[in-house]
Design a protein around this ligand. Sequence first.
Ligand code: ATP
Length: 320
Amino acid sequence: MQQTAITVTGLRKRYGSVVALDGMSFSAQPGRVTGFVGPNGAGKSTTMRVILGLDRVSAGEATVGDRPYRSLRDPLRRLGALLDAGALHPARSGRNHLLWLARCAGLPASRVDAVLDLVGLRSAARRRAGGYSLGMRQRLGIAAALLGDPPALLLDEPFNGMDPEGIVWLRGFLRAMAGQGRTVLVSSHLMGELEGTAEHVVVVGRGRVLADAPVAGLVAAESGDRVVLRTPAIDRAAAALTGAGGDVAVAGPDALVVTGLAAERVSALLAAAAVPVSQLAPHRATLEDAYLRLTREATQYRGAAGPATDATARPGEVRR
Ligand SMILES: Nc1ncnc2c1ncn2[C@@H]1O[C@H](COP(=O)(O)OP(=O)(O)OP(=O)(O)O)[C@@H](O)[C@H]1O
């Protein structure tokens, strides 16, 4: 399979006074799933449309392999894309939708049955696509992206509308695609799904890249040297730990997050001060923790403040 990176360099785009892309640059590499995440309005869909040559930019360029998508002679055999699962004729069956696409692209009808099997849609293939659930439409869109057996895939929110079984399937499917050496660029709002699926993540906000890093590295950096402990005596515990140089944040009625002291030292200090402890463990952050911190400044649309959670409590922040 020909290795085909998806690369965007210095993309800039405005819609009137709205800056949609503000120097967006990153590269999705072959052989791994790259998550593409960011708050609403961060520029993910615009970037994907630019990669597909559907939107123009005022500066920068996007390439598939080493060429712009529009200049590819056989685009479906180079990059498969799912932008909008609803983009189909509702009266046409799923199979006929794919046959029509295959015919337009000069691909054999045998590919249609092959991709229907790949996405598990064979039994529903002759039903009207207009009657499909959102999860089934996502599968049909993924099937369409696979028609040309391309070395690169670009999928906008493919987890959206999938039931738990579908999500498990899609996670394994994306990993398998990358395992075959394909480039897989996938946008999502579901950090938990990406943490188990993507090895690498590009976090964006306000039209630019905030982080471009391996998921494991982001999670490790976010976890830091923090210790989570539960105790019915948080005031005494906090006094003992701050007295020894720890940085203590309250993370719940009986929970503290301690920074700057190893778990063994925390345990010894609390034992010496006769503080009862019901739980003590090194804190393991999630991709969502890292995401929320990275995008805190870049989130444009936010609901009213809700209660803080343990996961988002940071050293020095006292939240009850
Ligand atoms: N056709 C358009 N006309 C005007 N503004 C647009 C248009 N498309 C996108 N925008 C604006 O450009 C910015 C980026 O939008 P985009 O849809 O790329 O973000 P996104 O990261 O995909 O968001 P979401 O997660 O909500 O899908 C937003 O401020 C959006 O309102």
